[in-house]
Each structure stands twice: as C-alpha cells, then as structure tokens.
Design a protein. Sequence first.
Length: 147
Amino acid sequence: MIVLDANILIRAVLGRRVRQLLEIYTAQGVRFVAPDVAFNDAQKYLPSLLKKRGKRDVDVLASLEYLRELIEPIDCELYSEFETEARERLHGRDENDWPVLATALGLGCDIWTEDQDFFGTGVAVWTTSRIEIFMKSHKNRTEAELE
C-alpha cells in the first residue's frame, strides 16, 4: 500500500504514465490510497492547469471518479488523529500537506509524490521516476506471503 499526494492524482489526469502505472499495478494487487482532501485539491487545480497547458478540456469530475476506482480515498476520521505529529514533521515546510503525511503515519506506509517537502519526515518517499522500484518490491513481497 502507498499514499498518493494530490500532485500524483493531477499527473494521472494530465498525462499517461502515472495513469498507466496505477492501472498496471492495481491489477497486480498494489493498493493505492489518498486522503480525501487530495481528491479535492486535484479537482480544484486541474481546470486551471488544463487551461494553462492548452490541453483540451477533459471532464475533471469523470477523470477523478475513474481514479477513485484505482485509488481508495481515506476519510479525515482516519488520519486526523495524526495531524499534530504530521504538522510537527512538516514544520517550516508546507504544513498544508499534513493530511498526506498523516495518512502515511496512520497506515504505516510510504508516500508517492513529486513534492520535496516530504523528504526527511521519517516516512519513505517515492517519486514517479523511482516508483516502479517500490511497486516491484511490493509485488514480490505479496507473492512471497502467498506461498
């Protein structure tokens, strides 16, 4: 299992690579989660990003609904109890990112992001350029557990 930041959700809508990785590894049993606010942030920022990039207008809501089939939204009730610890670990950085870190702390898992603010917070952080290392090792661990 891995927690996704809003910027990964945005990349999944704007491009192909992230969406393909999500589809491939979901089919192989990797579990993706994101705090509910990450979906809200993606919905908020996608229209202006699409316009700025001159991309054709996509149905943002439909795209995010599709992603909800691949990525489980985590309700605030689960991660809110880790807010103080997450904010402390992000102190001096973008503390508005606390829900992603709090979700990772609550579930005991890594984060997939392009945001440098998560580095050094005590949670393993993966970027898209390296995420397949995580996915393959996760798949191999899952297979070994089934044997």
